[in-house]
Design a binder for this molecule. Sequence first.
Ligand code: MLT
Length: 395
Amino acid sequence: MKVNSNYFNLNESYLFSTITAKINEFSKYNPGKDIIRLGIGDVTLPLVPIVIDAMQKAVLEMGEAGTFKGYGEEQGYLFLRSAITRYYENKNVKLKEDEIFISDGAKSDLGNILDIFSIDNTVLIPDPVYPVYVDTNIMAGRKIIYIDGDINNDFLPIPNKETKADIIYLCSPNNPTGAVYNADQLKTWVNYALENDAVILFDSAYEAFIQDEELPSSIYQIDGAKDCAIEFCSFSKTAGFTGTRCGYTIIPHELKKENASLNKLWLRRQTTKFNGVPYIVQRGGEAVLSEQGLLQAKNNINYYLENAKTITGVLEKLDIWFTGGKNAPYIWLKCPDNMKSWDFFDYLLNETGIAGTPGAGFGKNGESYFRLSAFGKKENMIEAAARLENIGAKA
Ligand code: MLT
């Protein structure tokens, strides 16, 4: 009997598990120390009222013989997939309901999608980026090549003609840097994918944070993308569903490889390995996309963006280089005095009680950078800003 030895090539634990363990260790030795957690991008505001109403109604339906639901529709309930098509119409993107698959979040699908691709494909991953893309491909034993994001390209790498890849991951607005590709840059990626017969896996989990209307919030706003891209999105960051779990994956019918429809392959995969998202939760997702739901969700997003401003205001004062925080809930800063990311993590936790995420956890180009999440409670963000300012005074 043999285990999957590819797992030996992974870091011992997932980035955010390592951070949680470090914070717990710190708390053990510093009891009573008030820690402000700006590490994992987890929301703090409760679900908006319209979502609660919809889910309560759905709970009651589940208790009545006439409205009770067992297994749901294969790709997710039509009411939710229709709501998503209307949401995309507002982005000038036309989708068919059967191009949408409801999931329990973007992370699972971003990992699971690899089931439909050959192990022989080469994967191109920007560095720094969300660690799930790298880890899931290491688990499968696929060849990974990296494309560098750094201060010179504003952490928005663009492919060159020499690079050969079959599967490309893009995340915009980016986790961890908060950088967002503009339409011309995304067009370059789409052209590259079409020329190389590659597939783009486009993670748009943070699209709802885009404030600048010129910036694309879906890759399908770019001509040709339906022939080469799969889009993954989620209600986690849009509407605080990190604990409720609901997302969706879009695979256009145009997208074919070796004459096979990727939509059909994914349907085959999902119907075999996944039994869907609870009816109650899907009703909550539908409520998010109603007119009132979008307004309520927007209020929460504005709250987090205000939090981001509270922090970036201090960074500006301290003359610390940063990006993000404007069209994304993450602030990506250069560690003062060129400190290494994990050293800065320890320093910040010890000196201020603020826990963030070391940039090195997102790839080698993240070394000496640091990510702060704006998903905290307003009062904690104000307190964090004051503590950061103190650090500046000490330095
Ligand atoms: C993060 O902090 O990068 C995210 O919360 C992780 C996730 O969405 O899975």
